[in-house]
Design a protein around this ligand. Sequence first.
Ligand code: GLU
Length: 316
Amino acid sequence: MSQRTADLQAALHDVHRRCAGLGAGSLPDYIPELTKVDPALFAVACCTVDGAVQTVGDADHQFTMQSVSKPFVYAMALEALGLEAVHRRVGVEPTGYAFYSMIRLQEGTNKPHNPMVNAGAIAVTDLIRAVNPDDATERILACFARFAARDRMTIDDAVYRSERATGDRNRAIAYLMRHFRLIDGPVPDTLDLYFQHCAILASCRDLAVMAATLANAGRNPLTGDQVLDVGLGQYVLTVMFVNGLYDYSGRFAFEVGVPAKSAVSGAILAVVPGRMGLAVFSPPLDEGGNSVRGIATLEYLSERLGLHTFRSGGER
Ligand code: GLU
């Protein structure tokens, strides 16, 4: 084991031990099925761009990706349709709103602010669906599997149905966007696809590999598969950096300093370009909708491993 691998492994074990005791946070109940999860689950995983995977805790426990799916559907849409077509439907600006304030569009253009918030992700999902409505779910599953180096990925049917049954806020924003011709498809079909990709099952280990693929200019470090065009990764990482953690995004960029995306299932995926992908899973959320242990873990790792993008001096 190289020194660097040993350092990384020691850092993961230390952070897991330190953060396991954090008891704050609550489970989101607006998707009823998500309240059935064990709040004590806690995993941290890392995959370097050389393909070394290290994990600690419940790293093989599968949970639904929720908003962590958003950077990947955005990447798919850029790949399929190009920047211009995608950004006719969605902006790149931060919202500054809490994660549940989703029924807002940009003043002037009426476009959703960016692809990391629900409105923007629903608009992007509609674009992916329009390429071929018949195989859209399969295309998303196949693309995510390539990012994760998995043979196939699946959808948690109970969580998908649970969100479909209670997802009126997303339904409202989708109808508003259709009114502004930002969505072409029938709203129920576009939302079905959106709820499905939010309910894709992944483990913390999978998310670290997906993040490492983004860290490695779109090439999966385990399989060598070029999943995303080399020139597109920078756009995905930029919207993650600016918008990935709801209205905590600025503070997270300040403290941790890497592109990341969090989800109401308690996952946070973080990308250290040219170096590694990181993922944390711990279900209890703070008031901003971010995993309590997830934030604490990434703050600690950024400091200890020198991950901040704008860090001066030292080795990266
Ligand atoms: N499926 C969830 C929703 O649309 C995702 C939210 C999230 O993880 O931020 O509300």
